[in-house]
Design a protein around this ligand. Structure first.
Ligand SMILES: *Cc1c(COP(=O)(O)O)cnc(C)c1O
Length: 223
């Protein structure tokens, strides 16, 4: 069942990219609340990159699935007191939004692992309820990350407000693309724009997403 959903989703991503004349983005399968067995099934169908919202949940799945060559991304908010564990568990942290996290992740990234890939989360619609830094804080945060040898600055992530009008969502995605272009001028290694979820990834792809984060369309509705 998951294999079928995976191929349908990959096809639909390809169609969206081709319609917008954009490169095909990477698919991050968001596996929060899903059991390790579901991840294993999707992995058998060829999907190797997974996103999780909670550090301990990811730690447990990663341990259960350690025999598989999976790549784990943190896409949920990271509390400072979980940064040490996150630096050990993940290959990417997409939710870096303040200086304190930068120092904590850098200090705790294990020596024997590759540098931790980091995205800066931007609160692109300036929502009081959302995590992420303000667009005006990206450059300073990027400079801090780039100065840490145990971290690798890879780009930006956003969760725009769920505007019912697609044009408003699309405008937020467009602002993110501009922010990434500015960031990449100073930091050419920042090549990743993580945006778009199950219900609007085509819009995000049209505006230049290089990674879409999809849960429901792959695994079904979360219980
Ligand atoms: C849950 C989640 C997703 C996936 O959302 P779906 O609507 O299930 O595709 C993507 N990104 C983040 C940050 C999430 O928390």
């Amino acid at each position: 069942m998951f294999a079928q959903r995976l191929s349908a989703t990959l096809q639909s991503i390809e169609n969206a990219a081709s319609a917008a004349q954009r490169p095909v983005p990477r698919l991050l399968a968001v596996s929060k609340t899903q059991p390790a067995a579901a991840v294993a099934e999707l992995a058998a169908a060829g999907q190797l990159a997974y996103g999780e919202n909670y550090v301990q949940e990811a730690q447990a799945k990663r341990a259960q699935l350690h025999a598989l060559p999976l790549e784990w991304h943190l896409v949920g908010h990271l509390q400072s007191n979980k940064a040490e564990l996150a630096a050990e568990v993940f290959d990417w942290v997409q939710s870096v939004d303040r200086p304190k996290l930068v120092t904590a992740l850098a200090r705790h990234r294990p020596e024997q692992r590759a540098p931790l890939n980091v995205l800066i989360q931007v609160n692109i619609d300036d929502e009081a309820s959302k995590h992420g830094c303000a667009p005006g804080q990206v450059a300073a945060l990027a400079a801090l990350i780039a100065a840490e040898p145990r971290l690798r600055l890879r780009g930006l992530m956003a969760i725009p407000a769920p505007h019912p009008e697609p044009e408003l969502r699309r405008a937020a995605y467009r602002r993110m693309a501009t922010l990434l272009a500015d960031l990449a001028e100073a930091h050419p290694q920042a090549d990743t724009l993580s945006m778009g979820m199950s219900d609007d990834y085509a819009l995000a792809i049209a505006e230049g997403a290089t990674m879409v984060r999809i849960g429901t369309a792959l695994f079904g509705a979360r219980g």
